[in-house]
Ligand binder design. Structure first.
Ligand SMILES: [Zn+2]
Length: 337
């Protein structure tokens, strides 16, 4: 089979939180926090669901298309990419479902303008997982990861990574000045430092090829999976805010609430699976070939070209409180993995 005939390709992206990010569970109260963030049910590590990412990326691709091609008309009637193809229009202003619409072909549509059939879309988003998590220490911020977090990058080498001995230690490199440090505090937790894990150099080298900034690569530590979950959950941002009454603009009485968030500097990893447009037809009154995109790589490009919007408009809730902006570190990712 030639490369052009692959049924799908997968692309791995890395992003860094420029603000705290809050993707909430919708108001469940956990301990002292009113608005908790979504966690993986097994590992208890916070994550951002792929559906949340797909939702904002759909809107951002539609905004981008609207900027490029304002005043689009279909059959003589105005049919703007945004908000219609973003699915944010009201009334009968739904998805256009056209074979040449990059928003509707890449993200799918509920039903066509002139047919009842829907389309699932060519792009599939994985959940966004925490890869590197920043924690304050006496040596400044350290970015923590674990074998499990590394395996989620989909990088083949990491899939062979064995487990770390279940001791409460951190494996990290220490430079000359830091070599006197035999222990490191991560928040309130003091951990003995070890530098003798033979896979550490390889991990640091690999992370440095992932477009992760040097100041992060140079302050990297690896802990066991169990300890990682513990450290992440003990070092989330918890903020307190006041609910504002929209009618009066004043603080509501007794409306103080707390919410947690992934801290600024968290590095996330996710996969974008792009199906081959040539293997699909859009079923309307007649059967249409998809014209908006030609290959899995072109599907990826439609998504990636809208990644800069994440850096400005963000993901998740509390956007009006300066939260949620995310910089994609490798937006022009070329190779599948
Ligand atoms: Zn459309």
């Amino acid at each position: 089979m030639t490369k052009d005939n692959k049924s799908f390709e997968t692309f791995t992206f890395f992003g860094m939180a420029l603000d705290p990010i809050h993707v909430g569970t919708g108001g469940t109260r956990l301990g002292r926090v009113d608005n908790t963030i979504i966690r993986d049910p097994v590992t208890r590590i916070p994550k951002i669901p792929g559906s949340s990412l797909a939702g904002v990326m759909r809107a951002y691709v539609a905004m981008r298309k609207e900027n490029e091609a304002p005043d689009r008309k279909i059959n003589g009637k105005p049919k703007p990419y945004y908000p219609d193809c973003a699915g944010q229009g009201g009334g009968d202003s739904g998805h256009c479902s056209q074979a040449d619409c990059p928003v509707c072909t890449v993200f799918g549509f509920a039903r066509g303008m002139d047919s009842d059939s829907g389309f699932a879309g060519l792009a599939g988003f994985s959940d966004m997982h925490v890869l590197l998590f920043p924690v304050a220490s006496q040596l400044g911020p350290q970015w923590i990861t674990s074998p499990m977090a590394l395996r989620q990058t989909g990088i083949v080498e990491f899939s062979k990574l064995g487990d770390l001995p279940e001791q409460e230690v951190i494996y990290c490199k220490t430079d000359k000045e830091e070599s006197v440090q035999s222990s490191l505090n991560l928040g309130w937790l003091f951990l003995p430092v070890k530098t003798d894990w033979n896979k550490l150099d390889n991990i640091i080298r690999k992370i440095s090829t992932l477009c992760v900034p040097d100041y992060i690569v140079n302050h990297l530590g690896v802990v066991s999976d169990k300890l990682f979950a513990h450290i992440v959950n003990s070092n989330l941002e918890v903020r307190t805010s006041v609910a504002i009454d929209p009618a009066t603009g004043a603080a509501e009485d007794k409306a103080l609430f707390t919410y947690e968030a992934l801290p600024r500097g968290t590095v996330l990893v996710w996969e974008l699976t792009c199906r081959n447009p040539r293997h699909f037809k859009i079923n309307k009154n007649d059967i249409n070939d998809i014209m908006a995109v030609e290959s899995p790589g072109a599907v990826k490009d439609v998504v990636a070209e809208a990644y800069p919007y994440l850096e400005h408009l963000g993901i998740g809730g509390m956007g009006s409180r300066g939260m949620g902006r995310l910089r994609v570190l490798n937006p022009s990712e070329k190779e599948g993995s």
